[in-house]
Ligand binder design. Sequence first.
Ligand code: G
Ligand code: G
Ligand code: MN
Ligand code: NA
Length: 254
Amino acid sequence: MQIESDIMLALRERQFYLDYQVQWRVSDLSAIGVEALIRWKHPTKGLISPDKFIPIAESSWLIEGINDWVLTESIRQLAQWQKQGVDCPSMSINLSAMRFRNSALIEQISNLLKRYEVSAERLCLEITEHTFLDSDPSLNENLQQLRSMGIRISIDDFGTGYSSLSRLRNLPVDEIKIDRSFVNGIENEGDALSVFESMLKLCTSLSFTVVAEGVETQEQLNVLKHLNCDMVQGFYLARPKSPELVIAHFETNN
Ligand code: G
Ligand code: G
Ligand code: MN
Ligand code: NA
């Protein structure tokens, strides 16, 4: 297929880049990290959304090349910020679920952290909920090992998959990102609010850090503050931005 050979070429010719979206602590609205989001600037087709090419890449070995590139580039960026004196406490990286099934990921990440002199505590790996479905012992083992290194694990798009509640209790993860479809409408004091509130309560009672995704208005933010949600991310506070622009939100010490 055309797009597959295009992805191969894109990796070789450096057509991918990362934008970064700030994650905020709700209580004082301080910037506490970023999520790295891949972008593809195609030479003739212009910007292509990851929604379009990630699923295609995931159906072949091409996703491995993309994962490798995203991991290296995001950790390299953390190191560069460190050198510039920019304190970005956390970098969240989206990785395909199958990557977590192979223990090679652990060595790959520890090598990158060593090479770039970045501390594991700054990394958070996001895994989407629907790809988390089948309980695979090697997946759980690998997640545990990553956590023992100090890396945090986050469940992305939570609520859109089929995690059973009992499963949730035993997940080796630190953080849950409630999908933006559940944030939509919480300002209207209807069912949307009740559903969101129950999800938040459940996650909090299981001691997960909770991130509300896709916050687009001040009214939604007010509700999340009232509910004591831990963290937020969304266009209302900041869109994904280039590394040069995003650092304005973080403290610089030099
Ligand atoms: O940034 P945007 O909202 O366009 O992202 C669309 C989708 O692509 C989201 O589901 C997001 O998780 C996914 N995505 C963005 N960046 C990456 C990445 O670096 N790796 C993977 N596997 N998925 C990504
Ligand atoms: O699946 P994941 O959570 O990784 O998807 C991240 C995607 O969500 C990014 O492509 C980003 O552009 C998008 N996004 C981030 N904030 C908002 C928002 O407030 N509203 C909408 N509609 N999309 C958002
Ligand atoms: Mn994500
Ligand atoms: Na998400």
